[in-house]
Design a protein around this ligand. Structure first.
Ligand code: KG4
Ligand code: ZN
Length: 335
């Protein structure tokens, strides 16, 4: 059987990324141009700035991905692109580049959901054993997704307000840490003790949904109250206490869902999957459950990249999915 070569393109937020993946599992190249430095002074991603950077970078990044993979555009069997969700102006740059390539090279186009991409990042390091459960934790998403087979995504729980990464970034901002704050809070937390009492949002009995805005407010109030009393709170302890609350809820709900749904694998996905505390907590919890294999991707596959889009796109391509040249960016796309 001939190898399947897929070019993946991802521009949903603040990384311009292109990658070439062989047979849905082997990375031939993985190029990511990050805009983090440009957005940092604004304390978050500025959508208009993101679009403009994508426009400047997209051609360079795609050409670099092809070159580093040691293939030609002719060798590419399909072009996979993130069609949503994300920032509309950012998504449009990737979608238009993919459509232009598909049209000019006369190659099939495959639209990919960004979260399907995060989940299939795991396919680049392991085979899937169904049924499986994926905990997706990123700057825009917090979801527990049950998968009976390839391409079937059942959302069994999601955040009712802030995403986990969003909560990390907002708490980091109140502690005057640079954007994106997740890694800084993670580092501070390692040096602190979780000795400050903060809420855990378990929600209704049996619910797999999440909520992080109450926790974020509790952190801000704790800082504010201490300030008014003229006391000083240790940022390390506050970070450790915040992180303990997030991790406890994420771990508990993931374990409970894995048991209830009888899954064989649990996959961690999304930018917050880079969190050291979360990785350790899940490893400990699932280390005690023999029936479930826990998969944690390496850091470069946790944050936004295009290899994950090419991996998901390869699976969809083999399942017969084709996009049309009137494909549009869909910022609110459902999985
Ligand atoms: O998946 P991603 O790159 O982009 C989205 O699709 O949102 O995730 C970015 C998010 C940011 O909120 C960032 O603060 C968070 O992932 N993040 C972390 C860590 N590394 C990145 N959060 C907690 N601990 C980390 N080590
Ligand atoms: Zn993402």
């Amino acid at each position: 059987k001939k190898d399947l070569i897929v070019l993946g393109i991802e521009t949903s937020c603040d990384e311009t990324a292109a990658s070439v993946v062989k047979n849905g599992t082997e990375i031939l190249s993985n190029v990511v141009a990050s805009q983090i430095e440009s957005h940092r002074r604004f304390g978050g991603v500025v959508p208009e700035l993101a679009s403009r950077h994508h426009v400047e970078q997209i051609t360079i990044v795609i050409e670099e991905a092809i070159q580093k993979a040691n293939v030609t555009f002719d060798d590419v069997d399909a072009i996979a692109v993130t069609e949503g969700p994300g920032l509309v102006g950012a998504l449009l740059v990737g979608v238009n580049a993919a459509k232009a390539l598909a049209f000019s090279l006369n190659k099939p186009l495959v639209g990919v959901h960004h979260i399907a991409g995060h989940i299939y990042a795991n396919r680049l390091i392991t085979d899937f054993t169904f049924p499986l459960l994926s905990l997706v934790v990123s700057g825009g998403h917090t979801e527990l997704i049950y998968m009976e087979k390839d391409g079937s995504f059942q959302v069994i729980g999601e955040t009712l307000d802030d995403a986990a990464g969003e909560a990390y970034d907002k708490v980091a901002r109140t502690l005057n840490l640079p954007y994106p704050g997740g890694p800084h809070i993670d580092k501070l937390a390692q040096a602190g003790t979780p000795n400050i009492d903060l809420p855990r949002a378990w929600l209704e009995e049996g619910s797999y949904d999440f909520s992080f805005s109450g926790l974020k407010s509790a952190v801000i109030n704790t800082l504010h109250n201490a300030e008014q009393r003229g006391e000083k709170i240790s940022p390390e302890d506050l970070a450790a206490s915040f992180q303990a609350s997030v991790i406890e809820v994420l771990t508990e709900k993931t374990v409970r869902a894995a048991k209830e749904y009888g899954v064989k694998q649990v996959l961690l996905a999304g930018g917050v999957a880079a969190n050291k505390g979360l990785r350790a907590s899940l490893e400990k919890a699932f280390g005690e459950i023999d029936e479930v294999e826990l998969i944690i991707p390496p850091l470069y596959l946790c944050t936004d990249n295009a290899a994950m889009i090419a991996a998901a796109g390869s699976m969809l391509y083999e399942a017969g999915k084709r996009g049309k040249l009137d494909m549009n960016a869909n910022p609110g796309l459902d999985i």
